[in-house]
Design a protein around this ligand. Structure first.
Ligand SMILES: *[C@@H]1O[C@H](CO)[C@@H](O)[C@H](O)[C@H]1NC(C)=O
Ligand SMILES: *[C@@H]1O[C@H](CO)[C@@H](O)[C@H](O)[C@H]1NC(C)=O
Ligand SMILES: *[C@@H]1O[C@H](CO)[C@@H](O)[C@H](O)[C@H]1NC(C)=O
Length: 503
């Protein structure tokens, strides 16, 4: 965590209470109300996220951070709006088992005066936020700069700068005719225009179901902040498309996965995006917050075999399972599904039952190996507290360029030739392996949470817009993507001036 993100907020208790509650002998073993740290975007009224969240770090009376759980019930959180008769807010306090907690809450309505009460030993401390809009409220912040400031977005993302560096300028008039000609027949694409913060789309190709993820994030962002007018193509398929060399004429295509020999502009994967939008929603149970509360036994109690489950979407995955059958003590890898290759049970064993992702973290060593493209489980694997062994790969997600081998993960060769050797290394260097695991986890906590995913999209659209040399237009055949209507919990959007929120 950077210091800028850390907001030290004193929990205010009366001294007599402190004396009363924390007798000297127990002083070191119970969190100190005055020293405990609370910070995060969920305490900032101007941040609107599908699931809002903040952190609590338990600190003892001597000022030392807890590094193990102070107990599940150490802190209780109630969130209310005193002026309302009913509040529909779902709150969860997730114990990360390392002395810190993620508190997340999803609001189903907008509240004029939101109060967060953190209870420690039944004494509440209030963070009184004032008005807070909910995810469904269509109330964009007119100033992108201000929105970024509230969100604490980084000034730049190196991957975005790199992806856009091959374009001197972007001409929507040209792109809108050339891209469908090059890719529109054989690929599944969405052509989007955002004009006056409204989203328009035209699809190309047969398999356009994945469009729902892109529609959803665009609608969500435009409810929160005014986007510049912008026109672009999104590739709905797995594989990146733009294979031309940078010396040739390149077309800008936004894709969920990048590769070493293509020039697509990479976005957070639909999987990560969806999990951010649907956190605490109905359909998603695996997300970047839930995984932090389900990291299995502590490091020293984890099983020291390497672990992998998945389907047969690539040759190396077959090799992995064969290796596991030859070295069951080192590596437990098995298929839960067969789809691409002929299933030869004598070689690849019987299919095994699906294992909950959270149960992966019973094992110390997690293998990340490409599927069709990059394996989109990487953010969740990093967020756990096992160490990730990552296959070298030409495919990447939007954040891979920020990861360092031996710092955030243990590298393995693309052909897996050194996998057993690397597992053995990890077993022989337990403390180092553990440190790598913690660095990876820290990276995920700092860079892959929902606020950063929104920042990434916003920055990408903003930088892309700056390169446009003709006016983005609503083209023939485009349809308006409507904001969902929320009849049950309408919100009254009133932003006066640039700074204040009035409801
Ligand atoms: C205590 O925890 C906070 C929040 O995670 C962190 O910023 C700080 O560096 C930690 N302090 C020490 C001494 O480790
Ligand atoms: C660790 O996991 C392996 C592979 O799943 C299993 O064979 C072994 O019995 C486990 N070891 C312990 C100590 O549970
Ligand atoms: C892809 O590029 C990255 C970064 O330059 C490099 O580390 C990696 O080895 C390359 N992998 C493959 C398989 O081409």
């Amino acid at each position: 965590m950077t210091m800028a993100r850390l907001r030290r907020l004193l929990l205010i208790f009366s001294l007599s209470l402190l004396k009363h509650e924390f007798p000297g002998a127990l002083g070191g073993s119970s969190p100190s109300a005055a020293k405990t740290l609370v910070w995060g975007p969920g305490l900032e009224p101007n941040v609107v996220l599908p699931a809002r969240f903040f952190y609590i770090q338990a600190v003892d009376t001597k000022g030392s951070n807890f590094t193990t759980s102070p107990g599940e019930k150490a802190f209780e959180v109630n969130i209310v709006s005193p002026t309302e008769q009913f509040t529909r807010i779902w709150v969860q306090v997730l114990d990360r088992q390392d002395g810190s907690f993620v508190v997340r809450y999803r609001m189903y309505a907008t509240y004029p005066d939101l109060h967060i009460h953190i209870l420690h030993k039944n004494k509440p401390v209030c963070f009184c936020l004032g008005p807070v809009y909910h995810e469904g409220c269509n109330c964009p912040q007119p100033s992108g700069d201000l929105w970024e400031k509230h969100m604490k977005c980084p000034g730049s993302f190196a991957q975005i700068d790199k992806d856009l560096s091959v374009f001197n300028s972007l001409d929507p008039d040209l792109i809108s005719t050339e891209v469908p000609v090059r890719f529109g027949q054989r690929q599944s694409l969405c052509h989007y225009t955002i004009k006056n913060n409204k989203v328009y789309v035209k699809t190309f190709g047969e398999h356009v179901g994945f469009r729902i993820f892109m529609d959803a994030i665009l609608l969500s962002i435009t409810r929160k902040v005014l986007l510049p007018d912008i026109e672009f193509f999104v590739n709905l398929g797995d594989w990146p498309l733009e294979k031309r060399k940078s010396t040739d004429k390149i077309h800008p295509i936004l894709s969920w996965c990048g590769s070493n020999n293509t020039r697509d502009i990479v976005m957070p994967t639909y999987d990560l995006t969806e999990s951010v939008l649907e956190t605490m929603g109905r359909y998603v149970s695996l997300d970047m917050m839930s995984v932090q509360a389900n990291t299995g036994p502590p490091w020293h109690q984890k099983n020291f075999s390497a672990f992998w489950r998945g389907r047969d979407s690539r040759q190396e995955r077959l090799e992995l399972v064969k290796l596991s059958r030859a070295h069951p003590q080192m590596l437990d890898a098995a298929f839960t599904n067969f789809f691409f290759f002929k299933h030869d049970e004598s070689l690849y064993g019987p299919l095994v039952k699906h294992v909950s992702f959270f149960d992966f973290f019973k094992y110390k060593y997690q293998i990340n190996i490409d599927g069709t493209v990059a394996a989109y489980r990487m953010p969740y694997l990093l967020a756990g507290d096992s160490v990730v062994l990552k296959q070298d790969s030409g495919y990447y997600e939007h954040f891979y360029s920020q990861l360092q081998p031996w710092e955030h993960y243990i590298p393995i060769r693309a052909d897996l030739g050194d996998l057993l050797e690397k597992i053995q290394w990890a077993k022989d260097h337990d403390e180092e392996a553990r440190r790598i695991s913690q660095k990876g986890q820290q990276f995920a906590r700092n860079h892959l949470m929902g606020d950063m995913v929104f920042c990434y999209y916003y920055k990408l659209f903003q930088k892309y817009a700056e390169l446009q040399v003709t006016e983005p237009k609503v083209r023939e055949g485009m349809e308006l993507v409507e904001q969902p209507t929320d009849d049950l919990f309408p919100c009254y959007c009133q932003r006066t001036g640039s700074n204040t929120v009035v409801i």
